[in-house]
Write a protein that binds this ligand. Structure first.
Ligand code: IMP
Ligand code: MG
Length: 175
């Protein structure tokens, strides 16, 4: 990997404030429902950890893992579930927690997959909605930040498995 240049675009304080807002909104919307947060590994582990603590409901949380064949910065569209949730989803309200929706391929596949799980509702909460490369029309019910382009790292987002631990979000310019 060559030298990469990064520039902060969303500060850790901005992320915190937005995650708290999303948490309040979700708390309001899922009153009296059986909320299950399904974090998508690895990218969403940081976001899911903060988001679940901003929601004041008796929720359940689990993680799933998908494999999409592609390069470090682009997914290919072929998707497979590597880890199923261990929680029963029948009759529950599933909220898929994702770090970023880019082409939409991954989320479209998951909506379809978990749509057949017996869950009452299946919706998406994404930290970042990146619209420029959208190929499959998916709409997230909850969006942290909307951006049209750029390759982002930090707060769970990686480039070749690096930078996930950065507390803010950065654009990465790869030479
Ligand atoms: P999609 O299927 O194209 O929507 O891709 C979603 C997945 O691609 C995300 O879960 C990320 O793992 C990865 N991805 C897409 N854009 C970025 C980015 O800007 N930074 C880091 N990962 C990204
Ligand atoms: Mg990734």
């Amino acid at each position: 990997m060559r030298e990469a240049l990064r520039r902060e675009i969303i500060s850790s304080l901005e992320i915190q404030a937005r995650v708290d807002e999303l948490g309040r909104q979700i708390t309001h919307d899922y009153q009296g429902r059986q909320l299950v947060l399904l974090g998508v590994l690895n990218g969403a582990f940081v976001f899911a950890a903060d988001l679940c603590r901003a929601i004041a409901l008796d929720l359940e949380i689990d993680f799933i893992r998908v494999a999409s064949y592609g390069t470090a910065s682009k997914s290919s569209g072929k998707i497979r579930l590597l880890k199923e949730p261990s929680i029963e989803l029948t009759g529950k309200d599933v909220l898929l927690v994702e770090d970023i929706v880019d082409t939409g391929t991954t989320m479209a596949w998951m909506l379809e997959h978990f749509g057949q799980s017996g869950a009452d509702t299946v919706r998406i909460c994404t930290l970042i909605d990146k619209t420029e490369r959208r190929r499959v029309p998916v709409t997230a019910a909850y969006i942290g930040f909307s951006l049209d382009q750029g390759f982002l790292v930090g707060y769970g987002l990686d480039y070749g498995e690096k930078y996930r631990n950065l507390p803010a979000i950065y654009t990465l310019q790869v030479e």
